[in-house]
Design a protein around this ligand. Structure first.
Ligand code: NIG
Ligand code: FE
Length: 418
């Protein structure tokens, strides 16, 4: 691939903190040599054309567009049965997310719909979404269970993750989120939460192990699981080989982020309610701080996560869509970049690094994706712009011109059809 006006390599070692978050490793008039799905050369056009292996290689001319690593979306609830557009109207009329949840809407609404849906129907919807992820420049997608909440339905989702990973080009990283909320049938029982956690420990995790998921997530918040309960679930997950990650400090400050650090979780996500000492602790930690501004936008909230303070404290800040039917029905990483700039006050460069290399760290995939360096997967997004700042600058439209996964073109805008 040659003729990128700007090639954003994101090269360099380690996750990006503080000032290094703005370092995109930009090469003007950049080119990439791809062989067997991996990057075999990267540099200026002149440098790459000089490589002996470049002779005879098929050429794609990027015509002065901007190329960067495919986005890594490290937080999605990919598999769900339907939208919750009816709740959207209630929210606009003034009902809060928690009020809707208390009335049996929210996550439990999606659980009802998922339990009733066939695997085929869920698969069809997820496949259509994955094509759209690719069309917006995303090449790796984390996917959480959590709308099943009984053995059969959680396994139905996790098996689907596996099928999707095998049958379409995007990389799927599977996360078990059995502790999303306590399901309806356990709420009526005395000790229901305890019994549901036992179901996770004794019936779900042994079936899942490392075969069906890599990570175990918990929604630790008011109305979901307490810090103590979350710790128990994450510890149990770890015994079955699942690394912890968490939904933390979204609706209220519970101490969830502190638990994530204590457990050396791969990431803690949302973080709207952090206090000063949480921010300082995250600044010193290896746990990635993943921000999900799509939720705040969709819920019409005025308050966003303290991104600037986290960056200044040295935290490893990442961005994700949180694609889900309740709080963030978007699969567009470019839209998330626009929100990160306008609302989180991140610069375009910081937002791009957060959505690529730092997101790769959040999924423990930093050795294979998240930057364009020799030996890594050829996962590339090309945008129909001449300056990378235009990626977040334009919003509400997709300027993604081409997406490449492991060296294969998986999305091409009409005029890019090759
Ligand atoms: O990331 N907060 C918990 N889970 C999701 C929302 C899920 C839903 O409302 O369906 C989130 O925001
Ligand atoms: Fe989520």
């Amino acid at each position: 691939m040659t003729g990128a006006s700007q090639l954003l390599t994101l090269r360099g070692s380690g996750a990006r903190r503080g000032d290094s978050l703005s370092n995109l490793g930009l090469i003007k008039d950049g080119a990439l040599l791809v062989r067997d799905g991996l990057i075999a050369g990267v540099g200026t056009r002149a440098e790459v054309e000089k490589l002996p292996e470049a002779r005879g290689a098929e050429k794609i001319d990027l015509g002065g567009r901007v190329a960067l690593p495919g986005f890594v979306d490290s937080h999605t609830h990919l598999v769900h049965a339907a939208s919750r557009a009816e709740e959207y109207e209630l929210k606009i009329a003034g009902a809060s997310y928690e009020e809707i949840a208390r009335k049996g809407g929210g996550i439990l609404n999606s659980v009802k719909k998922l339990r009733a849906a066939t695997s085929e129907a869920l698969k069809k919807r997820a496949l259509a979404a994955l094509q759209q992820f690719a069309a917006h420049g995303t090449t790796t997608v984390e996917a959480k269970s959590g709308y099943g909440l009984d053995v059969a339905s959680e396994l139905k989702i996790l098996r689907l993750h596996k099928e999707l990973a095998a049958e379409q080009p995007l990389e799927i990283v599977s996360t078990f989120l059995g502790a999303h909320v306590v399901p309806e049938e356990y709420r009526k029982k005395a000790n229901g939460t305890e019994q549901y956690i036992k179901l996770i420990e004794q019936n779900l995790l042994p079936e899942i192990g490392e075969k069906l998921a890599e990570f175990c997530d918990v929604f630790c918040d008011r109305g979901a699981f307490t810090v103590e309960q979350s710790k128990r679930v994450l510890q149990a997950g770890r015994q079955w080989g699942l690394e912890p990650r968490m939904h933390a400090e979204q609706l209220s400050r519970t101490g969830a982020a502190r638990l994530a650090l204590l457990m050396r979780a791969a990431s803690c996500d949302h973080l709207d309610q952090l206090n000063k000492s949480d921010i300082a602790a995250l600044g010193k930690s290896e746990t990635v701080a993943t921000l999900l501004p799509g939720c705040n936008f969709h819920l019409g909230l005025k308050q966003y996560a303290p991104a600037r303070a986290l960056i200044d404290a040295g935290a490893i800040v990442s961005l994700a869509t949180d694609y889900n039917p309740g709080t963030s029905p978007t699969l567009s990483m470019p839209m998330i970049l626009s929100l990160a700039c306008a609302q989180l006050r991140m610069t375009p460069a910081e937002a791009i690094a957060a959505a690529t290399i730092n997101a790769a760290h959040a999924l423990r995939r930093e050795k294979s994706v998240g930057s364009l360096e020799v030996g890594k997967q050829a996962d590339i997004a090309v945008f129909e712009v001449a300056d990378y700042r235009e990626i977040p600058y334009y919003f509400g439209v997709s300027h993604c011109w081409m997406t490449v996964k492991r060296g294969r073109v998986i999305h091409a805008a009409e005029q890019a059809a090759i």
